[in-house]
Design a protein around this ligand. Structure first.
Ligand code: GN1
Ligand code: MG
Length: 359
């Protein structure tokens, strides 16, 4: 065991570090930092250590409470249904020596979960795995439809497009790093604003009492699912953003990554198209998983959701660019602008399709 590795004393709150051989970075999330914990005699990681970004998730107590409520609820239902391999189908967080599922070390928050053996994340899906993902996220919402304990809104207004547009306005007014003088930036402001009313439809429906909020995952990117080696969906991960939201969140955000033929930050816009086959497959699975509760108004607006999420993500990346890259991890100075262009292209591609709400 390397005495120098700064993560060992942190891991020691959760596991017996005498058995730990290494703790190394894993994954590529834009918010939290994740590490794999290796132990003696195991080829695969045994645990996952995660640094919680408490600038984003300011109420860590609520964060972990939400996650515990949801994972316990799902586990209980799987047990009642007599499912096998439950430990591979729902995340399990370890209790620290403090009795909580997180620790504060200095000013930093950490947590540990079991690593699910023989699982992989993917950046791309096939029509079959998109169908399975639709089922999984639909089932996930369905399983959570009778949670009794209150789930907190961990990031207030997280997927509220009116709020995201307001944040963009604030960034534009403050212009803290002088990026507003650029003509391309000005052009994007105009393009975004021209479509703002149309894209705020969901919030209007909510105010009119026509659209419910349900417990949603709210970060249904492809790489937030674990697959087994055969490509079957095992389990949904990255549970931080679980909160009450429109079902549009889970539907639209999945397609934002899955139906994109390019990368989220693809510098070559020619790579970015909206894959209709993936859309249809995911829609199919999602409608199957949600058939016991989805209302007509939710279903009819699933095509809108598929356009809302690239639009909202463009607004969020763009605001962060104007703010001087304070929210998302970036790898180079223009990264958030490259992401904005890529999400905008995806938005246009999705919008130009005749998307159906039924199969
Ligand atoms: C963030 O942490 P990660 O990379 O799964 C973000 C999502 C964005 C996504 C864009 C809490 O998710 O909302 O859609 O980046 N999470 C938060 O890739 O802001
Ligand atoms: Mg993630």
């Amino acid at each position: 065991m390397s005495e120098k590795n700064p993560f060992f004393p942190i891991a020691a709150h959760f596991v017996d570090v005498a058995q730990v051989t290494s703790i190394q970075p894993m994954g590529n999330g834009l918010i939290n930092d994740t590490y794999k914990i290796m132990i003696n005699g195991h080829e695969q990681p045994k645990y996952v250590l995660q640094h919680i970004n408490d600038k984003v998730f300011t109420d860590v107590e609520m964060l972990q409470r939400n996650i515990e409520i949801v994972t316990n609820h799902i586990r209980r239902k799987y047990e009642q249904a007599g499912l096998s391999h439950i430990d591979r189908r729902v995340l399990h967080f370890l209790k620290a020596d403090t009795g909580k599922t997180y620790v504060k070390v200095g000013e930093e928050y950490w947590r540990v979960m079991d690593f699910i053996a023989d699982s992989v994340t993917q950046e791309a899906v096939t029509p079959q795995s998109a169908y399975d993902a639709g089922r999984s996220f639909g089932d996930f919402e369905s399983l959570l439809s009778d949670v009794k304990e209150p789930i907190g809104e961990i990031i207030p207004n997280f997927h509220n497009i009116e709020f995201r547009l307001k944040q963009l306005d604030e960034a534009i007014a403050a212009d803290p790093v002088g990026r507003m003088s650029d003509q391309e930036v000005q052009d994007y402001v105009k393009k975004i604003k021209d479509l703002a009313y149309e894209m705020c439809l969901g919030e209007r429906l909510f105010r009119e009492g026509k659209l419910p909020k349900r417990i949603c995952h709210c970060d249904t990117k492809v790489n937030n699912m674990l697959f087994d080696k055969e490509g079957n969906v095992l389990c949904i991960i990255d549970l931080d953003t679980i909160m009450p939201s429109f079902v549009f969140s889970d539907f639209g955000d999945f397609l934002r990554s899955a139906a994109n033929t390019g990368a989220e930050d693809d510098p070559d816009l020619g790579n970015i198209h909206f894959n209709l086959e993936i859309y249809d497959a995911f829609l199919n699975g999602y409608l199957e998983g949600t058939k016991t509760f989805l209302t007509p108004i939710e279903r009819e607006n699933l095509p809108y959701a598929a356009t809302l999420f690239p639009y909202m993500q463009a607004v969020r990346f763009f605001a962060d660019y104007i703010n001087g890259d304070t929210y998302y991890k970036t790898r180079y100075p223009e990264h958030n602008m490259v992401r904005t262009r890529a999400q905008w292209k995806l938005f246009q591609e999705a919008r130009s399709q005749k998307l159906e709400a039924s199969v």
